[in-house]
Design a binder for this molecule. Structure first.
Ligand SMILES: NC(=O)C1=CN([C@@H]2O[C@H](COP(=O)(O)OP(=O)(O)OC[C@H]3O[C@@H](n4cnc5c(N)ncnc54)[C@H](OP(=O)(O)O)[C@@H]3O)[C@@H](O)[C@H]2O)C=CC1
Ligand SMILES: CC(C)(CO)C(=O)C(=O)O
Length: 330
């Protein structure tokens, strides 16, 4: 198969290193990476490397480029761009796909395709897809992907993660499709825990519960997870946010009550280590923040369903302000 990772930064670089290590050029799969700047230069020079616990994965893709249109048609495009970069990439991703190809959107937050297959008007979400480019071009060629894996680019071409990871892949309409299994099988063949699910919306809410209570708090406090997990004020706030997200999910049809141990989520005893949430990495690097995917669209759903979510609203206001100040100061 021809497989492209579009946006090979932290998460995409993780997948790239493991797939490239397992399938070097000339093997059964041809791996191409789309990235840019120092990351692209380093990958062209040295390949891509992942440090994961004591393990090191390193490999070279068949191609690495900042010009996706130079690549042949792809069977699978794993899109690991930030949610903010997706609308501008919609036309290119569409052109890159082979006739039966599929794009797998691996992003945090509510995904742009959320309305597809729901009993709601079949229209795009304006906060995530303002001109409907993603919706009109890609809604029938899309799989969702929820990522349980913290990653950071520690130098160009080099990613650090931890030993636990899981990648849930599913159809927006919840069907059990061959293409979702094809993607999960590809990941499994590279010893990555890829799982095809018929309930990607449950996974989305579950992960959003973690992200809403982690990413903006990390971005505002600038604390890595180990410090957040030891700070009583932060712990209390995060638990309150999680309870609100559980209410919003329930109003939208997903029951997370009792499905997550909130104490373990905010003060883990079964996990060790520390990482910087992706939104904190973005603040520190001066990159656009995924405010609308993680916060804005969640609050929009809360308002639509009449759910009071005071802390979620408050965090949204603060994060929209922070995003604005970053553009003013850039
Ligand atoms: N990092 C993490 O721990 C986790 C992240 N996620 C989610 O995964 C998704 C991806 O996040 P992450 O990997 O951290 O993001 P990164 O910013 O590390 O990766 C995105 C990459 O895409 C590149 N890129 C953006 N636009 C283009 C373009 N037009 N052409 C070529 N390259 C481009 C970026 O380059 P540049 O830097 O130059 O903009 C960057 O290298 C997000 O939705 C995030 O929330 C989920 C779980 C964990
Ligand atoms: C996996 C996790 C929770 C890691 O911090 C994340 O999703 C992020 O940083 O955005």
């Amino acid at each position: 198969m021809k497989v492209c990772i579009y946006g090979a930064g932290a998460v995409g670089g993780h997948l790239a290193a493991r797939i490239a290590a397992q399938f070097p050029p000339g093997g059964p799969h041809e791996l191409s990476l789309v990235c840019r700047g120092p990351q692209l230069e380093a990958i062209k020079r040295n390949g891509v490397t992942l440090y994961r616990g004591d393990e090191v994965f390193t490999g070279r893709p068949s191609a690495a480029t900042d010009d996706p249109m130079s690549l042949p048609p792809q069977d699978i495009v794993l899109v690991t761009l930030k949610a903010t970069a997706l609308p501008a990439a919609a036309a290119t991703i569409e052109s890159l796909l082979a006739p039966d190809g599929v794009a797998v959107f691996a992003t945090n937050g509510i995904p742009w395709w959320w309305n597809k297959g729901l009993d709601v008007p079949q229209t795009p979400l304006p906060l995530l897809d303002p001109d409907g480019e993603l919706w009109s071009r890609l809604r029938d060629k899309t799989l969702g992907c929820v990522i349980y894996s913290p990653n950071e680019v520690i130098e160009p071409g080099v990613i650090r993660s931890n030993i636990k990871d899981r990648w849930m892949i599913g159809e927006p309409d919840g069907s059990d499709s061959p293409r979702a299994h094809r993607v999960a099988d590809l990941l499994q063949s590279a010893n990555i825990r890829g799982v095809a699910t018929t309930d990607i919306r449950y996974e989305t809410w579950y992960k959003l519960l973690i992200n809403y209570a982690l990413n903006p708090v990390a971005a505002l406090t600038r604390l890595p997870t180990a410090n957040m997990n030891a700070n009583p004020d932060v712990i209390a706030l995060r638990k309150q946010i999680m309870l609100e997200v559980i209410d919003i999910a329930l109003a939208c049809g997903t029951d997370l009550r009792g499905k997550i141990d909130l104490d373990e989520a905010v003060t883990p005893t079964k996990r060790s280590g520390s990482n910087r949430a992706s939104m904190l990495q973005d603040v520190l690097a001066g990159r656009p923040l995924e405010v609308e995917a993680i916060l804005g669209q969640t609050v929009a759903l809360a308002r639509q369903h009449g759910v009071q979510a005071v802390r979620c609203e408050l965090m949204l206001g603060l994060m929209r302000g922070l995003a604005e100040s970053m553009t003013l100061n850039s």
